[in-house]
Design a binder for this molecule. Structure first.
Ligand code: IMP
Ligand code: MG
Length: 183
């Protein structure tokens, strides 16, 4: 969508302004893909994509990985509208066996950290050899934990964003750039 990347967009009842251009995002995703390819080339990792928000990021990132790899999906929900609810719902659980595997979790954004904290605990009980975490966006000021985030695309302020997979009540996912809630 958003061919005019300088425009204000409306999603539901809210207005958003341009924040990260599509070209800037794609350059960074490509760098992340190169770094992950280098780190995992000898490891036969399994990638776990956290739906819904990470679907576009994962599609671009995984196409930069230069070896055959397994990819699977989970669907987690903890957000309602603009706020984290603190409750984690697993709407689609893990279907793959990750015992003794090197696991790479792909997320769109880490905000309070609640979603991934709970999910990483669940994953470690399944006895993987290692777990690392990739997130396109990281709201450092909002983060309440200290678990490592191994690959971060952009550290951003604590303001709500949409686009490139991220949504406001399911709107805005198909915007090619990322937009920030207008102040
Ligand atoms: P956390 O549990 O607070 O870390 O929130 C993580 C999840 O909330 C992300 O995977 C997103 O689905 C959603 N989320 C957090 N911040 C935003 C935002 O600014 N825009 C859209 N979704 C967000
Ligand atoms: Mg998400």
């Amino acid at each position: 969508m958003d061919s005019d990347k300088n425009k204000i967009v409306k999603a539901g009842d809210l207005f958003f302004e341009p924040y990260l251009d599509r070209e800037v995002i794609l350059d960074r995703v490509s760098e992340m893909g190169v770094a992950i390819s280098k780190d995992y080339v000898d490891k036969d990792p399994i990638f776990i994509v956290v739906l819904n928000g990470a679907f576009i990021f994962a599609a671009d990132l995984l196409r930069q990985v230069n070896f055959h790899c397994e990819t699977t999906f989970v669907k987690l929900k903890s957000y309602d509208g603009l706020a984290s609810t603190g409750n984690l719902e697993t709407l689609l659980g893990l279907e793959s066996n990750i015992e003794n595997r090197d696991v790479v979790v792909i997320e769109d954004i880490i905000d309070t950290g609640n979603t991934l904290h709970r999910f990483m605990q669940e994953l470690s009980q399944l006895k993987p050899s290692s777990i690392s975490l990739v997130s396109l966006l990281f709201k450092e000021e909002a983060f309440n934990y200290d678990y490592p985030i191994d690959y971060i695309g952009f550290t951003i302020p604590d303001r709500f964003v949409i686009g490139y997979g991220l949504d406001y009540n399911d709107l805005g996912r198909n915007l090619q750039s990322i937009y920030q809630l207008k102040s």
